[in-house]
Write a protein that binds this ligand. Sequence first.
Ligand code: FES
Ligand code: FE
Length: 322
Amino acid sequence: MINDPILLNDWHVVARAEDVPEGTLVGVRLLGENLVLWKVNGQILAWRDLCIHRGTRLSLGRIEANQVICAYHGWTYNTEGRCVRIPAHPEQVPPAKARVQTYQVRVRYGWVWVSLGNPEQDVPTFPEWDDPSFRKVFCGPYPYRASGPRAIENFLDVAHFPYVHEGLLGDRDHTAIEDYEASIGSDGVTADNIRIWQPDPDGLGQGAMVTYTYRVFRPLTAYFVKTSAGPKFAIYFAVTPVEEVECIGWMWLAMNYGYDVPEEDLRGFEDRIVAQDIPIVESQRPELLPLDLQAELHLRCDRTAIAYRKYLRELGVTFGTA
Ligand code: FES
Ligand code: FE
């Protein structure tokens, strides 16, 4: 098990809830651990994907009568993860320590969140989720061969828009970033009032001056809302730390306009943006995000990234950072 109490005791998205139907064992990976997800009586369970007999992956097995049966010798586990039957010794009561490691699960925003430890806080709130005037569009999952903190920092970065997203989120004639403030509080990082000209802020083909507010709720869950004279466009972004330099991005878009635009178009726009970001993020060295602010050059425009790195350092996040 990794040595990062902050991420071990945090919630992480591992799947969409709809991708864990009853009757199926779904193998996923989180923080270097293999997990198996399965759904029974409407509830999703997350276990270590390891049979305690000989270490076979339980996700290779099958579900019968609300029990998981290992593919190798048929040891059978109930919904609490306790072994209730050893077919080679049908008369024997399985020893009490014959149980798999189980983990806490939350289903929120259509996603399955798992913690490998004991979280002190709930899954971060998605401000627009319960507001019906905002249309929600799911985007992703987006796999990156990069550390989770690198993916989040890219999400917080605005100075790259005219270069990486030229013609969409930025314009070479509008590269200057005006001054703005970023701060760290008990509820994470906030950066406010970042004003930028965007040729096509949301894929609808209309240029606008937009104002961004960024939030980092938790080390790997971030959010922004951008506004321009009425329309509001938000993204809630959760990153799964799969390995130190491997992660998966999950997104919800929320917008209070453009109700008639086909969902595929909005998702296609976001897919295009993320596909522009991924090669940049995967190329960054060092692969682990340096939390020592002396390690790289930081300018005024990087205030959000500076606050993010300080926040990770204050918390003591080690997985994916240096
Ligand atoms: Fe699972 Fe033997 S390894 S039953
Ligand atoms: Fe980008």
